[in-house]
Write a protein that binds this ligand. Structure first.
Ligand SMILES: *[C@@H]1O[C@H](CO)[C@@H](O)[C@H](O)[C@H]1NC(C)=O
Ligand SMILES: *[C@@H]1O[C@H](CO)[C@@H](O)[C@H](O)[C@H]1NC(C)=O
Ligand SMILES: *[C@@H]1O[C@H](CO)[C@@H](O)[C@H](O)[C@H]1NC(C)=O
Ligand SMILES: *[C@@H]1O[C@H](CO)[C@@H](O)[C@H](O)[C@H]1NC(C)=O
Ligand SMILES: *[C@@H]1O[C@H](CO)[C@@H](O)[C@H](O)[C@H]1NC(C)=O
Ligand SMILES: *[C@@H]1O[C@H](CO)[C@@H](O)[C@H](O)[C@H]1NC(C)=O
Ligand SMILES: *[C@@H]1O[C@H](CO)[C@@H](O)[C@H](O)[C@H]1NC(C)=O
Ligand SMILES: *[C@@H]1O[C@H](CO)[C@@H](O)[C@H](O)[C@H]1NC(C)=O
Ligand SMILES: *[C@@H]1O[C@H](CO)[C@@H](O)[C@H](O)[C@H]1NC(C)=O
Ligand SMILES: *[C@@H]1O[C@H](CO)[C@@H](O)[C@H](O)[C@H]1NC(C)=O
Ligand SMILES: *[C@@H]1O[C@H](CO)[C@@H](O)[C@H](O)[C@H]1NC(C)=O
Ligand SMILES: *[C@@H]1O[C@H](CO)[C@@H](O)[C@H](O)[C@H]1NC(C)=O
Ligand SMILES: [Cu+2]
Length: 567
């Protein structure tokens, strides 16, 4: 009896001393990838240019893993300037060191240097993606992360015959870095892209492109799983396939209740897993995507990218290929209609664990603003800026994670406002409201384990537009959204606390609000930003710091030995 009790106690102590990740190691696989950041030549739209890629491919290589696996990616920079990579939607439990946003969790990997990211999957299942997180490099440096169900489990829908990644991207004829550098120098709005792309190709509707249009070859009667990723720089997208209905079964690497629809609205940063059955007469059908841009003022890419949904078999090529009927670019109602249909799967295998009560509430306005422009390069006396709670995020020459971990003072302040400092009719007539903002590096401190609610509030300052807001380090439940100003008494009564979708990027409706909930159970430094790149560059960003909990398994891991240094 003594021995077995001792054995039990020893076992218990051993168990308590182990990290849960170590325990899970027995069931998960480890993968290794080498990424070489290198310049490569591409010809699109009748012009050839050199651009930064991973291993010379656009889009970059796909990472394959299963739920719960760990992926080591050694990134070697053979390019001309410093770059970081972010693993979009991967929670990275206790491991902000490998999250990637430049000068938030690390300094850039300089030319000639390398850094090995440890990408730790936990409960993500479906499609995510990776992309550069330094200036606008993500335009050409991105790729898919395909996360299959764990061994011995399967999809919560009939297994598809085959699957295919569909990445919607942006193509700029010139050097993308020059586009943002120019905009920041003049204070103006960055040039729009010259085309959208599907799997790196503009498609038949653009000059010099037809030959290389992406083709998805399908067999009659079969069902395909399309893993759609929006990697576009500055525009949300309407996407569809002529003649075929889409059944959306997943978003941001979590399953949803199947939605049958003719189109989706997908924002930059979001992923959607879609089943499509080849149930039409064998022929060619266009897969198409164009911008959803409901701000009346902001310029946007007005082109349509296409790929071909092409049946295998012996039939004559159609004289014309049908295009899907998609909502027009400013159809806010169509976008909101689609978004409102999304519900979490909420099954016993894929439960919803949305906090029913909250410990911390934040109310954050998301605005476009002006700052003074004083440099000689300015084209005007003001420059475009953007803010959250009227703080326009200021990057520092050292990462916030390191400053926090090593208690380096003077890098950030922990006083990000938990509500707007000034209330006005955010979504009303804002004539006469001061659109000036100020730059600062302010963060919000959260305690480990707190249930957090953030209500993002769009405003009409300068231009009312839908903003895709992305949170690093977590996925969150979208418990509510609506038009107008959030009412903190009546709106919570209509929250969905039963089957809200679990996502990492929320489409904050134009002149509206969105409420999200999550448990702050991931210690670290986590970026929040608009995934429209120009807004993020203008300061529509902030940072959450989740403090360590009481035990080791509730605390950040120590930094890896070879973090890139901040020069
Ligand atoms: C999971 O299955 C794959 C092939 O089906 C196999 O290669 C791998 O070793 C398995 N992993 C574990 C942890 O059992
Ligand atoms: C990228 O290129 C390197 C060096 O050529 C190679 O070792 C590596 O396997 C490639 N990675 C991928 C993901 O293709
Ligand atoms: C990565 O950099 C380290 C030094 O930081 C160096 O020792 C190592 O050889 C480099 N690895 C590769 C693959 O270049
Ligand atoms: C942006 O567009 C303007 C007008 O077409 C052009 O003059 C300028 O060179 C472009 N800038 C870049 C960096 O491509
Ligand atoms: C395809 O169909 C045409 C006309 O129906 C026929 O002449 C031809 O032999 C067929 N080819 C194949 C490979 O079946
Ligand atoms: C959308 O744009 C069209 C064409 O520019 C315009 O006629 C229409 O009024 C716009 N709709 C809304 C809701 O702004
Ligand atoms: C959404 O679209 C569907 C299909 O077109 C339509 O039946 C429904 O009324 C729309 N809902 C809203 C809220 O607009
Ligand atoms: C805010 O503005 C909207 C749109 O003009 C208006 O409908 C609403 O009544 C205003 N709200 C308040 C509290 O003034
Ligand atoms: C908005 O308010 C300003 C003054 O505050 C007024 O001059 C203007 O007419 C109003 N615009 C609308 C559309 O009501
Ligand atoms: C959150 O609030 C609940 C009560 O609603 C409380 O039991 C819990 O201790 C709080 N957690 C934290 C981390 O503050
Ligand atoms: C509710 O909103 C009002 C402004 O509309 C604000 O004054 C009040 O502090 C808010 N209450 C809470 C509990 O956040
Ligand atoms: C990040 O810090 C480095 C210095 O380590 C600096 O060169 C770079 O400009 C900074 N990036 C941003 C976006 O401020
Ligand atoms: Cu935005």
């Amino acid at each position: 009896m003594g021995i077995s009790r001792l054995g039990f106690i020893v076992g218990l102590i051993w168990f308590m001393a182990m990290d849960w990740q170590v325990l899970c190691m027995a069931q998960s696989n480890v993968h290794h990838y080498n990424f070489v950041l290198q310049q490569a030549q591409f010809t699109r739209l009748c012009e050839t240019k050199t651009m930064l890629t991973v291993n010379g491919s656009f889009p970059g290589p796909t990472i394959h893993a299963r739920r719960g696996d760990t992926i080591y990616v050694n990134v070697h920079n053979e390019g001309e300037y410093g770059v970081t990579i972010h693993w979009h939607g991967v929670k990275q439990p206790r491991n902000p060191w490998s999250d990637g946003p430049e000068n938030v969790t690390q300094c850039p990997i300089q030319p000639g240097k390398n850094f090995t990211y440890e990408v730790i999957l936990s409960d993500e299942e479906g499609t995510l993606w990776w992309h550069a997180h330094s200036d606008w490099t993500r335009a050409t440096v991105h790729g898919a992360i395909v996360i299959s169900p764990a061994n011995g489990t399967t999809y919560p829908f009939p297994a598809p015959y085959a699957e295919q990644t569909i990445i919607i991207g942006s193509w700029f004829k010139g050097d993308v870095k020059a586009v943002i550098d120019e905009a920041l120098a003049t204070g103006g709005t960055p040039n729009i892209s010259n085309s959208l792309t599907i799997n790196g190709q503009p498609g038949d509707l653009y000059p010099c492109s037809e030959e290389n249009t992406y083709r998805l070859n399908v067999n009659s009667g079969r069902t395909y799983l399309l893993r759609v990723i929006n990697a576009v720089m500055n525009e949300e997208q309407f996407f569809g396939i002529a003649g075929h209905s889409l059944t959306v079964v997943g978003q941001d690497a979590a399953y949803i209740k199947p939605i049958t629809t003719n189109y989706i609205m997908i924002t930059p940063g979001q992923t959607m897993d879609i089943l499509v059955t080849a149930n039409q007469p064998p022929s060619y059908y266009y897969i198409a995507s164009h911008s959803f841009a409901d701000g009346p003022l902001a310029p946007y890419d007005k082109t349509t990218t296409t790929a071909i949904f092409q049946y295998n078999g012996n039939y004559s090529r159609p004289s014309s290929i049908p295009l899907p009927v998609l909502p027009i670019f400013n159809d806010t109602a169509a976008a909101d209609n689609y978004t409102s249909r999304v519900r979490g799967l909420a099954s016993s295998d894929h439960p919803v664990n949305v906090p029913q009560t909250v410990n911390r509430s934040l109310y954050i306005t998301v605005s476009l603003n002006f700052l003074p422009c004083t440099e000689a390069t300015c084209s005007d006396s003001t420059r475009f800026a953007a803010s959250m709670n009227n703080v326009s995020f200021q990057f520092q020459p050292i990462d916030i994670l390191q400053a926090y971990y090593r208690s380096i003072n003077g890098v950030f302040d922990a006083d990000f406002p938990s509500e707007p400092l000034k209330y006005f009719n955010f979504t009303g007539n804002v004539t006469g409201i001061n659109v000036a903002t100020g730059r600062a590096t302010k963060v919000t401190m959260l305690n480990y384990g707190e249930a957090v609610e953030i209500v993002f509030q769009g405003t009409n300052l300068l231009d009312a537009v839908n903003h895709p807001i992305h949170l690093h380090g977590f996925s969150f439940y979208l418990v509510g959204h609506g038009k107008g100003n959030f009412n903190n008494e009546t709106d919570p009564k209509s929250y969905n606390l039963i089957d809200p979708p679990e996502i990492n990027t929320v489409a904050l409706p134009r002149s509206g609000w969105a409420a999200i909930r999550f448990v702050a159970n991931n210690p670290g430094v986590w970026f929040i930003h608009c995934h429209l790149e120009r807004h993020s560059s203008w300061g529509m960003d902030t940072v959450l710091i989740v403090r360590n909990g009481r035990t080791r398994s509730q605390s950040m891991r120590p930094p890896p030995a070879s973090l890139p240094s901040c020069s």
